[in-house]
Design a protein around this ligand. Structure first.
Ligand code: RAM
Length: 339
């Protein structure tokens, strides 16, 4: 073979090899799984996305982590449009709204992208399944039981939530309201549900507003990690420990000082890293076709073991991580450096 022919033959081989590698990549190693959290600047969300990334990477795929600056459905819609254009393999959505994302998620689905929600659900028509951190009804019941205990069975209580559209908090609040109808809580009065939008400053000012409007307030329930940490700071700064008590769902790393100083005698949460990690395995099992999101299907989730898809209270399906965990003075030091 002459020199020029050799060069041409070699470049042909390299071109074919390159094309084959790209082709193989798009079918296998090329899987790109995206997670879209509610908003940036939330340490809980960072841990949840971190767990997702670990689970995707350890299976040899690429994770794409996204969160808008503000916790709105509009911002998530734009982000999902971009992910559709990037032809990602799956989208795990932490919904800022239960229904508003349906059109864009339906569009993504039509392009073959596997869609499921995690932490904060989207409606069953928009998702294949939902990764739920803990039983929603149990969370509602547990928080009312805690508020009643901390209030001594009677008096005014308030809720400091995330955004008014957040489907996870709204579901928990619905269950709290139902629980409050039980006769044993007849002397407990829910005076207000305030919304701090999972923004630190707004959560601080909403807490201050509650204290001003309800001077007899006994307990604040904050079913959001951003809200409970902000309320903890306000109560501590004003030396209100023992007078207005705080409970809810908090990150041990952010809440240890308020549990230690008695502002928040106890609170609950699950492991956000594990929620994200479980999501990573839902993404890849939906992609491989091992699961489709139907009740009764089973799959392995790496170090967490095996899971079964169950019926969700909203008529869709879900994968439940496990029960919520109680943090108090006795155990908070063991957890504050973990998450
Ligand atoms: C906040 C977010 C998140 C929720 C936790 C408890 O960080 O609202 O969605 O699950 O609180």
């Amino acid at each position: 073979m002459k020199k020029l022919e050799k060069v041409l033959a070699l470049s042909l081989v390299l071109t074919l090899f390159g094309a084959a590698a790209v082709f193989a990549g798009s079918n296998q190693q090329g899987e790109r799984h995206a997670i879209v959290f509610k908003s940036t600047g939330n340490p809980y969300g960072e841990r949840q996305m971190g767990g997702f990334e670990t689970g995707i990477k350890e299976q040899g795929f690429t994770a794409i982590l996204r969160a808008p600056d503000l916790p709105t459905a509009e911002a998530q819609i734009q982000m999902i449009e971009q992910l559709i254009a990037q032809r990602v393999t799956s989208i795990c959505i932490v919904g800022n709204d239960f229904d508003a994302l349906q059109p864009v998620l339906t569009k993504a689905k039509a392009q073959g992208i596997k869609i499921f929600s995690l932490d904060s659900s989207v409606n069953p028509a928009s998702r294949l399944t939902h990764v739920n951190q803990a039983d929603s009804e149990k969370i509602g019941q547990t928080l009312v039981e805690a508020a009643s205990d901390l209030a001594g069975g009677s008096g005014e209580i308030a809720i400091l939530s995330a955004t008014s559209q957040a489907s996870n908090q709204n579901l928990w609040i619905d269950y709290m309201r139902k629980e409050l109808e039980k006769p044993q809580y007849a002397n407990l009065r829910l005076v207000k549900v305030a919304y701090g939008d999972d923004l630190r400053d707004k959560s601080v000012s909403e807490t201050e507003g509650l204290l001003l409007s309800y001077p007899n307030l006994k307990v604040i329930i904050a079913p959001t990690t951003v809200g409970i940490a902000a309320a903890g700071k306000v109560l501590a700064d004003r030396d209100l420990q023992g007078k207005v008590k705080l409970t809810g769902l908090g990150l041990p790393s952010e809440m240890a000082e308020y549990i230690d100083n008695g502002v928040c005698p106890y609170m609950y949460l699950w492991n956000p890293i594990d929620v994200g990690y479980l999501g990573a395995y839902v993404a890849t099992n939906l992609t491989s076709g091992k699961i489709t999101g139907k009740e009764g299907e089973q799959f392995g989730a790496g170090r967490l073991g095996s899971y079964t898809i169950t019926k969700a209270p909203d008529g869709g399906t879900e994968v439940l991580l496990g029960p919520p965990f109680k943090f108090d003075k006795a155990n908070i030091n063991d957890w504050k450096s973990v998450y």
